[in-house]
Design a protein around this ligand. Structure first.
Ligand code: S3P
Length: 427
């Protein structure tokens, strides 16, 4: 088992995080679709959420800030303006996939584009169900650009999700909000459920399957949203506090949605000392405070059913695994290959640089052995979660390691390095 040869003396204090990225995307979608003024409190400051805002600006929606509240003047059903430019989703898969579901129901043509990384990510997963709904949606090689043309013959579907993806689920649910008859999405593995919570969609559970229904009855109305802090951004600090001696970190008002906190369940099973307090609700979303104390961790086996719930936290969970007793093994997570980088490869390449024994599988990886090199320049692969996970590892293995290309952290958390300065005491 590795012991942190740390340049970090302790992690102490309190952090709050800007609004959760997934919930913020949806708050912008639903307030833009609604008729009239909505107020979004504690909106995410991430570049990804700015991409969603940019897409809706191009569709005629007006945004302004009243102090830190984002005020959105939504246009109401089918009142978006035809875009004069391509709709640029930047690095954001959530923007591209959710927007596809919205745009198939508009009476104008549109083209979705993205940056180099997003342009390589799979889009057939949304094109296929939306085509089954009768959409006129095309892409030359199942990636962006996606071209959408209007049709007035959309029809509802019942769709069994072939991949565990909240983005695909949400794309269909948003399309279905434009039809009087019900569409249903069925999922075997439970993915993040912000769309159904925020729209208050009917949900049935049959055996191990979840069935979510949608129709125009649930079309969003203007309202006030409070977005709880981003729990995925907090994961990096939770792991750092657990692995550092003499640490106690409090994270206030962070999302505690159970489809997002699988990493906390896993870290607790690994003997992590993590307490949850002051649970409250806003827009059907639970949030509260997390208290983390230094802990000696042990590795555990990770079940396939929890993978969609921890998909964004696997890079930082692997860092925890390196310093836990036993071998860290992640399987059944091939979806990681389709994220902002091929995260299985990004994690394995970086860990090999530290001299760890790493075995790469098509659907995961296994890490064991000692860190033999503590002067490593890790690669961010231009992927925000890889940059943050390996910045934490660099801090834990001494003062000679660093990460190349850290600017990409702003895709989800531009405050990452100021927050490190706030709570981390260095030797
Ligand atoms: C997201 C869903 C997940 C996640 C992504 C955000 C969302 O992607 O990895 O960071 O907001 O719906 P998939 O649905 O493709 O798994």
């Amino acid at each position: 088992m590795n012991k942190p040869f740390s340049k970090v003396k302790s992690v102490k204090g309190e952090l709050t995080f800007a609004g959760d990225k997934s919930i913020s995307h949806r708050a912008i979608f639903f307030s833009s679709m609604a008729n009239g003024k909505s107020v979004i409190k504690n909106i995410s400051l991430s570049e990804d959420v700015k991409s969603t805002q940019k897409v809706f600006k191009e569709l005629g929606v007006e945004f302004y800030y009243d102090k830190s509240d984002l005020i959105v003047t939504g246009l109401g059903k089918k009142n978006f303006l035809p875009p004069k430019n391509f709709l640029d989703c930047g690095n954001s898969g959530t923007t591209a996939r959710l927007a596809s579901g919205l745009l198939i129901a508009q009476n104008f043509s549109s083209t979705l584009i993205g940056d180099e990384s997003l342009s390589k990510r799979p889009m057939q997963r949304v094109i296929e169900p939306l085509k089954l709904m009768g959409a006129k949606i095309e892409s030359s090689n199942s990636t962006l650009p996606i071209i959408i043309n209007p049709t007035d013959t959309l029809k509802p579907i019942e769709y069994d999700l072939p991949v565990a993806s909240a983005q695909v689920k949400s794309s269909i649910l948003i399309a279905g909000l434009h039809l009087s008859d019900q569409s249903k999405v069925i999922e075997k593995f439970i993915t993040r459920d912000h769309t159904e919570r925020m729209l208050e969609l009917p949900v049935d559970t049959v055996g191990n399957r979840k069935i979510i229904s949608t129709s125009e009855k649930f079309y969003p109305v203007a309202k006030e949203y409070f977005i709880p802090g981003d729990v995925s951004s907090s994961a990096f600090f939770i792991v750092l506090a657990l692995l550092t001696n003499n640490s106690e970190l409090i994270i206030k008002n962070v999302s505690l949605n159970p489809t997002r906190t699988g990493f906390i369940d896993i870290l607790r099973k690994m003997d992590g000392n993590i307490q949850i307090e002051n649970v409250k609700y806003s827009s059907n979303e639970p949030y509260g405070d997390i208290i983390v104390k230094s802990s000696a961790l042990k590795n555990i086996s990770i079940d396939e059913s929890i993978i969609p719930n921890i998909i964004d936290e696997i890079p930082i969970l692997s860092v925890a695994g390196i310093f836990a007793e036993g071998i860290f093994e992640m399987r059944n997570c091939k979806e990681l290959r389709y994220k902002e980088s091929d995260r299985i490869k990004s994690i394995c390449d970086n860990l090999k640089k530290a001299g760890l024994n790493v075995e790469e599988f098509e659907d995961g990886f296994c890490i064991e052995g000692e860190i033999k090199n503590n002067a490593v320049t890790f690669n961010s692969f231009n992927d925000h979660r890889i940059a943050m996970a390996f910045s934490i590892l660099a801090m834990l293995i001494g003062n000679k390691s660093s990460v190349d290309g850290i600017e990409c952290v702003s895709i989800s958390n531009p405050d990452f390095y100021p927050q490190v300065k706030r709570v981390v005491n260095f030797n």
